[in-house]
Design a protein around this ligand. Sequence first.
Ligand code: ATP
Ligand code: LTN
Length: 331
Amino acid sequence: MARDILFSGIQPSGQLNIGHYFGAVKNWLRMQEDFDCLFSLVNLHAITVRQNPSELRSRSLDFVAAYMACGIDPEKSIIFAQSDVPEHSELMWLLSCHTYMGELERMTQFKDKTAKNTDNINLGLFSYPVLMAADILLYQTKAVPVGADQKQHLELARDLANRMNNRYGTLFTVPEPYIPSVEAGGRIMSLLEPEKKMSKSDDNAGNYIALLDSPDVIRKKLKKAVTDTDNEIRYDRDTKAGVSNLLTLLSGATGKSISELEVDYVGKGYGHLKVDTVEAIVALLTPIQAEFARLRNDEAELQRILKIGADKARFQAQATLEKVKQAMGLL
Ligand code: ATP
Ligand code: LTN
């Protein structure tokens, strides 16, 4: 029997960090065994903010190597660059003609990004969620594992699928989000400002732990992580955002539940919690970093994987696009 399709993507902008790992990639690894998966480097999304072309090219290869170092297996799953499959942009146009301005104006990511990029509020930033809907719908995707910040975008993808299906007959599978609970890593917070999410486009690298940070850097960053003054190790996102975030990281890296950790740390201080979190994250990242170094060395192989991925993805994408064009009366 054919398996359900899974699609997810990360923008090759900035450095992959443990927020992406716990929020998205960890679920990718788990689900890779049960779904036919497509993992995309969504480089067309990345250019909604200015990118240096040669850095974007080289960083895209870093991301392929990083996906694989984390455990994505190109023998089992399709890894490809969004820009290698032009059907994404084409379906985006068809969906744009069915998306209302008001739906896009409501998007919180658009509001956040325009506040941050006041000198470059471009049309791509506005229509970003329509391209994301095209990414997903093009493959008849059933499952979309992402972090909590993407929930609103996924709702638009579902609304567009239903709207198009009602108007033209069944064209698309309606996708389901797979979002870990906040406690399980769906929203990892920044280390220095734990009321905002950890993000790779943050200007201050002290706010995130990159997958490729050395043990020493990880130690320094976690040492500076903001906590609070009551010296009680307890999970409470509202009043103890920093400590709760450390507990989430430690839980994600060790597999122990947050309530178990709360018991383990009764009477212990924040220093203790931080040292143990460093150790657990270093243990998680060390093998990933070694594998990354090995894979990143062979650029020809990474290019080959992207080429095979794009060929397979295109084959599936063309079938959906053809069906949509026909249904809409395009010759
Ligand atoms: P940028 O800051 O460059 O806009 P980002 O750091 O938010 O990007 P994306 O490429 O937008 O990263 O996200 C890739 C995936 O990682 C998405 O599924 C997103 O939901 C998830 N993700 C991003 N940041 C976090 C976080 N702090 N906690 C959990 N999941 C996250
Ligand atoms: N917008 C997403 C990245 C993304 C994506 C997708 C995720 C683009 N297309 C399709 C899942 C499915 C983000 O994380 N910022």
